[in-house]
Design a protein around this ligand. Sequence first.
Ligand code: FAD
Length: 417
Amino acid sequence: MSAMEGQKVVVVGAGPVGALAGLYAAARDCHVEIYELRSDLRDPSTVPLNFTKSINLALSERGINSMRNSGCPGLIDSVLADTIPMHGRMIHGEQSGELFEESQAYDAHGRFIRAADRGGLNKRLLDRLEAMPNVKFFFNHKLTGVDFKKKLAWFERRAYSHDDDQKNSREIEISFDFMIGADGAHSTARYNLMKYTRMFYQQEYIDTLWCEFHMEPKKTAQGDDFKLSPNHLHIWPGGKFMFIAIPSLDKSFTCTLFLPAARFAELDAAPSSVVPFFQVNFPGVVPDLIPAAELQAQYLANPHLPLITIKCAPYHFEGTGVVLGDAAHAMVPFYGQGMNAGLEDVRVLFDILDGHAGVGSATLPRADARAAALAEYSARRARDAFAINDLALRNYKEMRADVVSPVYRLRKRVEEA
Ligand code: FAD
């Protein structure tokens, strides 16, 4: 009998990180149960938490490599087929009354990141999980409590969605051998873990909110086309704020305004100032890329959401529980690494677990060896996670302000020639 055979791995959260963790665990002969607060993302009636639609994000080598190592044949090819290479960033501005754009390559050797649809990627992972005989899903189940010593967890089972009447919910108790908490920045798994381990915990809301916009494709006689270069992440740097656009497969762009909370409040108080604000600060966006009425309507309709950064350590308790992804290290999005780092957590964790499972073993180690593995994981991963959180914060200044420096130098040289 294999080491983990018959043991139960409970994954909390069916986001990208929880779904990938489920795949890694299922490939190691355990019974995997995935509990998710919301209804199935693949159900068209499910509204993604926090997002108006599905957000586009930058998928990089960290995340790609982690999916490649999942043991699921063809998974990474199918994910990459639905991405758009972004070879560099395109900086937009205006000088002497003229619009200009400057392409800045991401890598001297031609390596690139990819625009990916977060929901699409998540759905692919869920489809793969569903096809595995040792995986069970429990949607509309909200983790409410965990006893990591007795290895018991409690979930509120909701009759429908979280907007529904609370009367319809009831609590269930389950047992587990190993819990993987991948329940996002406001993690209940982490909150409960803190009662069992002397966890250092630090969180900060930065003074910037974000609001999503949609840029429709250009209509041409030949059909839809991109309004901007599809192989760039587009940035309109504003000094203390910025507007960005990331391409989608349907030739639209998902755009995001990042702005200090006080500036959002000013625009909220005078919505007619939204379009002039864009005209002054993000030249070329309105009306060429987004018509004025649409821009204003989207500003008013879409939520203005906070950005949190979290550091904590250790991530585990003995051999029974660990937190991964945003639950362990939510970060601001400016380095494009939140999900990528979370997917990398999964690969690093299972590499270490495999190392403790015995030579040639394709299963997970038992509780005592798992405790040693999790201690190694926390020690190794916290250093990297703290560093990437800091880099993400630092990269906001790079994107909103520092990227313009080379442009100005270049323009100056051209003007002086
Ligand atoms: P989540 O995606 O938050 O998933 C957690 C899941 O747990 C959810 O499905 C939730 O419903 C469920 N859950 C929560 N509580 C409970 C509970 N009590 N019981 C059961 N289930 C629960 N990352 C990148 O890598 N690249 C980017 O370019 C990028 N851009 C971003 C842009 C923006 C504007 C934002 C906000 C984020 C961006 N990120 C990016 C970050 C990325 O979205 C997150 O890092 C990623 O979604 C984290 O995945 P996760 O699975 O850990 O958590």
